[in-house]
Design a protein around this ligand. Sequence first.
Ligand SMILES: C[S@@+](CC[C@H](N)C(=O)[O-])C[C@H]1O[C@@H](n2cnc3c(N)ncnc32)[C@H](O)[C@@H]1O
Length: 271
Amino acid sequence: MEDDVCVRFLQWLLPRLRMRYPGFRKVRKQVCKRIQRHIKQLKLTDAKEYQHYLQTHPDEWLIVDKLCRVTISRFYRDKVVLEHISKEVLPVLAQAAVTSGETIIRGWSAGCAAGEEAYSLVLMWDRLVSNYFPELDIQVIATDIDPVMLGHAISACYTYSSIKALPEEWIDIAFSQQEDVFCLDSRLRNKVTFNEQDIRQSLPTNVFHIIFCRNLAFTYFDNSLQLEVLENIRDCLVDGGALIIGGHESLPGGYSGFCQWPGQRAIFQKL
Ligand SMILES: C[S@@+](CC[C@H](N)C(=O)[O-])C[C@H]1O[C@@H](n2cnc3c(N)ncnc32)[C@H](O)[C@@H]1O
C-alpha cells in the first residue's frame, strides 16, 4: 500500500475505532502492511474496496481493530522515569501503605504486552526498595487484550535485546540463561498475575497503589476514550496512588483528579 493511501485510509478508519491518527504516525507502515495482507486474503483489490467491505460487514470491525494493535515493549522502557519511580515514588507509596497497616503494594500494568513492564516493576521493588520495607511484599496484576502476548508473558523468557536496558547485575541475579533465551526466576515471576482484558470494557477489581498505562490509551485512543479510561484508572487507585504514562505521552485535555508528581512529567498522583 502506498504511504499516502495508507495515511488516508488510517485517517478514515481510526476515528471510527475511537482511535487517533497521530498516535499511529510512526507505526503506520507496520499497521498498513498487516491491513494490506488482510485485504489480499479477502481477495479485495485495495483500501477503497476494503473501506466499502467494512461498511457492509459489521463483524469486520473487530478484525480491523485487532490489526491496528501495536505490541512493542521492552524491560526498563523509559529508564529515567523508572529510576525516578524507584527512588521517589515507590518509597512514598510504601511508607503510606505501612502507615495504614497494609502488607502488600499492589501494582497494575495495563496493556502489559509480554510482561516486560510488570516484571520491571517487580525487579525494581526487589532490587532497590524491598530492603527498606521488610514488612511489605509486591503483587502485580498485568492485563492485555492479546492472548498470544499473555502466553509469552507467562513463560517469562526473553531474548537479550528485550532485557538489555536492565542493570547487568539484575540480569545475572534474576534470569537464568538457556542458550540465547533469558528466563526470569520463578520467585519474581510469581509476583505477577496475568489476565486477558480489554481496557475499554473491563478493569481489574482491585485497588492499586501504582498503575502503569503506557503506550496504549494515551497514544492510540481518541480524546474522549482517553478520558473514559483515565476516569476508570482513577477509580482503581488508592488516594495518593501513582499513575505512570509513557515518556512521550500526556494526559487528555480536560482531565481532572490528578496532579503531576514532582520532578517527572510522566508520573501523576491521584488527588
Ligand atoms: C505498545 S504495547 C505497550 C506495552 C507496555 N505498556 C509498554 O509501554 O512497554 C501496547 C499493548 O497494549 C495492548 N492492547 C491494545 N489494545 C488494548 C486494549 N483495548 N486493552 C488492553 N490491552 C490492549 C497490546 O496488545 C499491546 O500488548
